[in-house]
Write a protein that binds this ligand. Structure first.
Ligand code: FES
Length: 229
């Protein structure tokens, strides 16, 4: 049956006993095929936008303030500096920060027993993510994970160094390899201070390139006390 496109949908409804929708479409010059095609196109568009959003969310997750991003810790004043031989976990010289999975080292200006001097020392400090503050003290942010097989490494006050409980890898207070099966020194994050003097750690940027030190690269002298076990 042909559709009289000059009638209103309502007139067509009365005359034909139904089909007002068809009449409306005919008046606009739209076929069912075109309507279906537009609906499919619209649906695909929505699916495409959702897919793109999910892909972007996976590629660029919002990690603000979480591990994997820059984490702002406490003010510098919380982290009391100490001489290398006198650090005590969470009291002076070395502090654990679980939110950033890091140990913050803070040594006094004259308390670091450097094994190197001059430009060689400075080059190694720079390459190892050491940060010297305006007051001359030294800072470093170490990742908590043992580079052998991934156990969390505790700091040991009895031997002023890190000793892994899994297979015995041993690291100096600045994370430098001392002995054990670990293939390199502890990994470290880039750290900085914000305008209010808070410590910031970029947990999305890990330096995994500090090799086992030798006479030309060892920054700190090893501790003289042995770990009790
Ligand atoms: S995981 Fe630390 S020594 Fe093996």
């Amino acid at each position: 049956m042909s559709i009289d496109t000059n009638r209103t949908p309502q007139e067509y409804e009365v005359l034909s006993g139904g089909g007002a929708e068809s009449a409306q479409m005919a008046r606009r010059g739209i076929t069912r095929r075109q309507v279906l095609r537009r609906a499919v196109t619209l649906g695909l568009g929505v699916v495409g936008i959702e897919g793109t959003y999910m892909a972007l969310t996976m590629l660029y997750p919002n990690l603000a303030g979480q591990f994997g991003s820059v984490i702002t810790l406490s003010n510098k004043s919380k982290y009391q500096s100490a001489a290398q031989k006198q650090v005590l976990i969470d009291q002076r010289g070395i502090f654990y920060e679980p939110s950033a999975k890091t140990y913050i080292m803070h040594l006094t200006k004259d308390g670091a027993d450097f094994a190197l001097q001059g430009q060689t020392l400075q080059n190694n400090l720079d390459a190892s993510n050491w940060l010297q503050d305006q007051d001359g003290t030294y800072w470093l942010s170490l990742y908590q994970v043992c580079v052998h097989l991934g156990c969390k490494v505790p700091f040991r006050d009895d031997c002023v160094s890190f000793k892994c409980p899994c297979h015995g890898s041993h690291y100096n207070v600045d994370g430098e390899y001392l002995d054990g099966p670990a293939p390199r020194s502890l990994d470290r994050f880039t750290m900085s201070f914000d305008g209010s003097g808070n410590v910031q750690v970029n947990t999305g940027k890990l330096n995994q390139h500090i090799q086992r030190p030798d006479a030309q690269t060892r920054i700190l002298v090893p501790p003289t006390v042995q770990c009790s076990a």
